[in-house]
Design a protein around this ligand. Structure first.
Ligand code: AHR
Length: 787
C-alpha cells in the first residue's frame, strides 16, 4: 500500500460537472440504513445492558465468568455445581447450587470486562432463588468499584423451598467503569440461584437498551434497521439457527443459543426489542428470517412447513390485531399497536439449488396472506427459475478500499427492469486496519455510486455495526465499545455524512480525473488454520539472490519473533510448530512488513478438523489474511487469496500426510507448488483507481445542492467544479471534510476523534469554481443556490 500511496501522490487536476438543470431520479428514501447483527458481543455485553455475564448458567457458559472464594479468605473452595434437578422453568433448565460451608462464600462477577456504575444512577438486582435444609438466613449483595471498595449494598432474605424472585435496587455512590458484583452467601446456606441479573434502571427511551450505544445508531438517522443477522440468522447447523419465537416474553423463559461468533447468547435482545428499537429510531424494520438453511445443512423440503409458518407468525406478531394469536402476545409484551413491519428478508447469504427450492415456499405463503409485505431475496443467481422473481435482492460486498473505489460504477449499467438491489452488507475489510481512513475513503467512493444509482439500489447498510473491543470476531466494525464508552471508526463518519446529507433528488454528475495505478501490498509471511489442527516444519524464506531471509529453526529458536493472532493453541516440539485448536481464523506471522519477492518453503501436515492449512504472505498488517489456502471452504478448494484478486481450484488436503509446500513471489507472478506439482501460476492484475469520485443531489427542503467529492489520491487534487443551470450562489456554502494526516490513521477509545469531520463556512465565487480536495478525503459541499 505504501507504493500505491507514493504513486498516487501527484494526481492531475480534475473536473466535476453537475447538471443542476437536469435533475434525475429521487434519492431512495430508504437508501442509508443500519444492519444490526448479534456478532462481536454486540447484543449481550453491548446494546443489551445486562451487567452480569452468565446470569443463568446455560449452555457453554456453565460456571464461567463467576469466581467463588471462601468468605474467610483462607483459600477454602466453596462447593458449587450446576443443578438440573428442579429447573426454574422448562426453558431454563440449569441453575447454580452453592453450598457455602465454613465462613460462607463470596461470588463475584465482573460482567463484560468490568461493570459500568454511575454515581447516583440506580441498578436493579434480580435473582431467582430457592433454598434447602431449611436455610432462613440472608445474603449481602454488593456493588464494588475497581479497587474492591463497596459502593452500594443491600440484603436479600426470605428464601424458601420453592423458586422465588427477589429484587433489590442498588444505587452506586461512586462512578466506575470497571466495577463488579459480589454476593456474600452465609456458611449455613445451601441455595439454588438462577437469572442473577443486574441492570441499569435508566435505558434508552425507557426500552431497555444501553443509552450511549443506542444513541450512536440514532445519530446515523438510519432509514431502516436490518436485524438480527447475518450469519447469526443461519447458524452453523440448524440447531443453531435463529428462531424468533424463542426470543420473546419473559427473559427467564427465552431459549439461550450458542452464537457462532463464539459466545452463548441470552436472547435478552429479542424479536420484540428489535422491532421496538426500529420504532424508536424511526427506522423501517427489516427482519431477516432463516430460510431453512444453516451453513452446513438445510431443512428437508418436507419439513419446511414449520419454518414458513414461523415467518407468517412473525408478521402476525409484528402487525396482527390484538385479538390475533401472535398480536395478542405482542400486546401482552407491552406493545398493543402494530409495529408495522413491511419488509422481510428470506435467508442470509444463502444460495444454490437449496435456496431456489425454499424461496418460493416463503413467497407463496407470505404473499397469499400478506400481499403488502415486500420480500427480499438473497443474491439472485441467473439460473434460478424466473418465478417468483424477487422485488429486491440482497447483494453483499466486502473488498479492499481500492476494490470498493472500482465498484463505484458497478450499478451504472445495471438492468433497470430486474429486481431492485439492497446492498445489505458492505465494507472495506482488507487493508483496512481496525477501520482506518483509507477504508472509509474506499467506502465513500463506493457510496457515491450507490447514491447516483439509488433508483435501483434502494437500500444499503455498512456491516457489521458493533464490536465489543474485547471480542472482535469480525473486523472492522463501525462502532467499537467497552463498558465505559465507544468510538466510531472513520467509516462511521462517512455513514453519517451520507445519511445526514442525502438530499431529495439526484443530479447527473460527470467527473474527469486521473487514473491512479495501484500496487499490491507486500509484507510478512505466516501460517494459518481454520477449524483445523495442523503442524509445520522446515520453514525457510529465501530472497531471489539466494540469501536466506528467515530460517524458522523451531528447535533452537522456538517461536521468538512470531506474532500469534486469534485464540490458537500453538506449541513447538521436536522442531515442529503445532496448532491444536479447531477455532477459525488462527494465524502465526513472522518477518518484515516490507518483504517483497521471495520463496517460502516448508512442510505442513493436517492433524484433524474441517479444512487444510494456509501459507500466508503479503501480510503487512495484522488484519491482512492474504496467502495460499490449501483445503479451504470445507477442504474443497485450493485458493490464492490476494487483497484484490483470487484464484480458486478444486483441491483437498489429506489428514496425517506431510506435504512439501513452496510459494514463489516473483514480481507480479505468484507460483505455488504442492509436493513438487505446480498448482497456481497466477499473475497479479495491474489495477487502477480514479483520483476523484463524486455524486450530487438537490435538497428540496433547503434548496441546496449537495455535492460529495472523494479524493482517493495521497495528495491534494485541484478540481474545477461547474454547476450547470445555476445562475448564482445565494449565500454562504458549507464544507464538511473528513480526512487525516495518514491513510492508516484510526480512531480508538483513547483517541476517539483522531479522524473526524470538520465543518467550515465558504464563500464561493459563483457556479464555476476551483477547490483543492485534500488527499484521502471525503468532502460534502452544501451550496445554497438562487431558486
Ligand atoms: O457482517 C458480518 C458477516 O458477513 C455477516 O454475518 C454475514 O452475513 C457476512 O458474511
Amino acid at each position: 500500500m505504501l507504493a500505491a500511496v507514493t504513486l498516487s501522490a501527484i494526481a492531475a487536476p480534475a473536473t466535476i460537472s453537475v447538471r443542476a438543470d437536469k435533475p434525475g431520479h429521487a434519492v431512495s428514501p430508504l437508501l442509508w440504513g443500519i444492519f444490526f447483527e448479534d456478532i462481536n458481543l454486540a447484543a449481550d455485553g453491548g446494546l443489551y445492558p445486562e451487567l452480569v455475564r452468565n446470569r443463568s448458567f446455560e449452555g457453554s457458559d456453565g460456571l464461567r465468568y463467576w469466581n467463588f472464594s471462601s468468605a474467610a479468605g483462607n483459600g477454602a473452595e466453596p462447593s458449587r455445581s450446576i443443578d438440573e434437578s428442579r429447573p426454574l422453568n422448562a426453558f431454563n433448565r440449569r441453575s447454580l447450587h452453592v453450598r457455602a460451608g465454613g465462613a460462607g462464600c463470596v461470588m463475584e462477577n465482573e460482567g463484560y470486562w468490568g461493570m459500568r456504575f454511575v454515581a447516583g444512577e440506580a441498578c436493579t438486582f434480580r435473582v431467582a432463588a430457592r433454598a434447602e435444609d431449611g436455610f432462613k438466613g440472608a445474603f449481602r449483595v454488593q456493588l464494588c468499584d475497581s479497587s474492591d471498595a463497596v459502593i452500594a449494598s443491600g440484603e436479600l432474605s426470605g428464601f424458601g423451598a420453592d423458586w422465588k424472585q427477589h429484587t433489590l435496587t442498588l444505587t452506586p455512590s461512586k462512578s466506575d467503569s470497571h466495577g463488579k458484583l459480589k454476593l456474600l452467601v452465609p456458611g449455613e446456606a445451601s441455595v439454588f440461584l438462577d437469572m442473577i441479573s443486574l441492570m441499569p434502571v435508566k435505558t434508552w427511551k425507557g426500552h431497555g437498551l444501553r443509552e450511549d450505544l443506542a444513541e450512536t445508531m440514532n445519530s446515523l438517522k438510519p432509514a431502516f434497521c436490518r436485524f438480527p443477522g447475518g450469519c447469526w440468522v443461519e447458524g452453523e447447523e440448524m440447531a443453531g439457527a435463529y428462531q424468533w419465537k424463542q426470543t420473546i416474553g419473559d427473559v427467564a423463559s427465552r431459549t439461550q443459543l450458542e452464537n457462532l461468533w463464539d459466545y452463548n447468547a441470552t436472547q435478552g435482545l429479542g424479536y420484540h426489542e428489535y422491532l421496538q428499537l426500529s420504532e424508536d429510531l424511526g427506522a423501517e424494520p427489516v427482519f431477516c428470517i432463516n430460510v431453512g438453511m444453516a451453513h452446513r445443512e438445510s431443512v428437508p423440503l418436507d419439513r419446511m412447513g414449520a419454518w414458513v409458518q414461523d415467518a407468517l407468525d412473525a408478521i402476525e406478531y409484528a402487525n396482527g390485531p390484538a385479538d390475533s394469536v401472535w398480536g395478542a402476545l405482542r400486546t401482552k409484551n407491552g406493545h398493543p399497536a402494530p409495529f408495522n413491519l413491511r419488509i422481510v428478508e428470506i435467508g442470509n447469504e444463502n444460495g444454490g439449488p437449496d435456496y431456489a427450492e425454499r424461496w418460493p415456499l416463503f413467497v407463496k405463503a407470505i404473499k397469499a396472506k400478506y400481499p403488502e409485505i415486500t420480500l427480499i431475496a438473497n443474491h439472485w443467481q441467473k439460473d434460478y427459475p424466473k418465478e417468483p422473481m424477487p422485488e429486491i435482492v440482497d447483494e453483499h460486498c466486502y473488498d479492499t478500499p481500492e476494490g470498493l473505489m472500482r465498484r463505484a460504477i458497478q450499478y451504472d449499467g445495471y438492468d433497470r427492469k430486474g429486481p431492485k438491489v439492497f446492498v445489505g452488507e458492505y465494507a472495506a475489510t482488507k487493508r483496512a486496519g481496525l477501520g482506518n481512513l483509507r477504508a472509509a475513503i474506499g467506502e465513500a467512493a463506493y457510496m457515491t455510486g450507490l447514491e447516483r444509482n439509488s433508483d435501483i439500489v434502494t437500500m444499503a447498510a455498512y456491516a457489521p455495526l458493533f464490536t465489543n473491543v474485547h471480542h472482535r470476531a469480525w473486523n472492522p466494525d463501525l462502532i467499537n465499545f467497552d463498558s465505559a464508552g465507544w468510538y466510531g471508526i472513520s467509516s462511521y463518519h462517512v455513514q453519517q455524512l451520507f445519511s445526514l446529507n442525502a438530499g431529495s433528488v439526484t443530479l447527473p454528475v460527470e467527473v474527469q480525473s486521473a487514473e491512479l495505478p495501484q500496487q499490491d501490498s507486500r509484507g510478512r509471511i505466516g501460517l494459518g488454520t481454520w477449524a483445523t489442527q495442523a503442524e509445520f516444519k522446515d520453514l525457510k524464506v529465501t530472497a531471489p539472490d539466494g540469501k536466506v531471509l528467515f530460517d524458522a529453526d523451531f528447535t533452537h529458536k522456538g517461536t521468538a519473533g512470531w506474532t500469534f493472532l486469534g485464540d490458537g493453541e500453538w506449541s513447538v516440539k521436536d522442531g515442529v510448530l503445532r496448532q491444536t485448536s479447531e477455532k477459525q481464523k488462527l494465524r502465526a506471522l513472522v518477518g518484515d512488513p516490507a518483504w517483497t519477492d521471495c520463496t517460502i518453503e516448508l512442510k505442513a501436515r493436517k492433524l484433524a478438523g474441517r479444512e487444510g492449512f494456509q501459507v500466508l504472505f503479503d501480510n503487512e498488517s495484522d488484519e491482512d489474511r492474504t496467502g495460499w489456502n490449501l483445503g479451504g471452504w470445507g477442504n474443497k478448494y485450493s485458493a490464492l487469496v490476494l487483497a484484490d484478486s483470487d484464484e480458486r481450484k478444486d483441491g483437498s488436503i489429506e489428514t496425517g500426510r506431510w506435504y512439501d509446500v513452496r510459494v514463489q513471489l516473483d514480481g507480479d507472478q505468484i507460483r505455488c507448488w504442492l509436493d513438487g506439482k505446480l498448482v497456481h501460476d497466477f499473475r497479479r492484475p495491474h489495477l487502477t483507481t480514479k483520483a476523484i469520485y463524486a455524486s450530487a443531489t438537490r435538497d428540496h427542503d433547503t434548496g441546496e445542492i449537495i455535492l460529495k467529492v472523494v479524493n482517493t489520491a495521497a495528495g491534494p487534487t485541484e478540481t474545477t467544479i461547474h454547476l450547470a443551470g445555476v445562475a448564482a450562489i445565494s449565500g454562504q456554502a458549507r464544507s464538511i471534510v473528513l480526512t487525516s494526516e495518514k491513510p492508516t490513521d484510526e480512531n480508538s477509545l483513547a483517541e476517539p476523534r483522531k479522524v473526524a469531520p470538520r465543518t467550515d463556512e465558504l464563500t464561493l465565487p459563483g457556479p464555476n469554481f476551483t477547490r483543492s480536495f485534500p488527499g484521502n478525503s471525503l468532502t460534502v459541499l452544501r451550496i445554497p443556490i438562487a431558486k
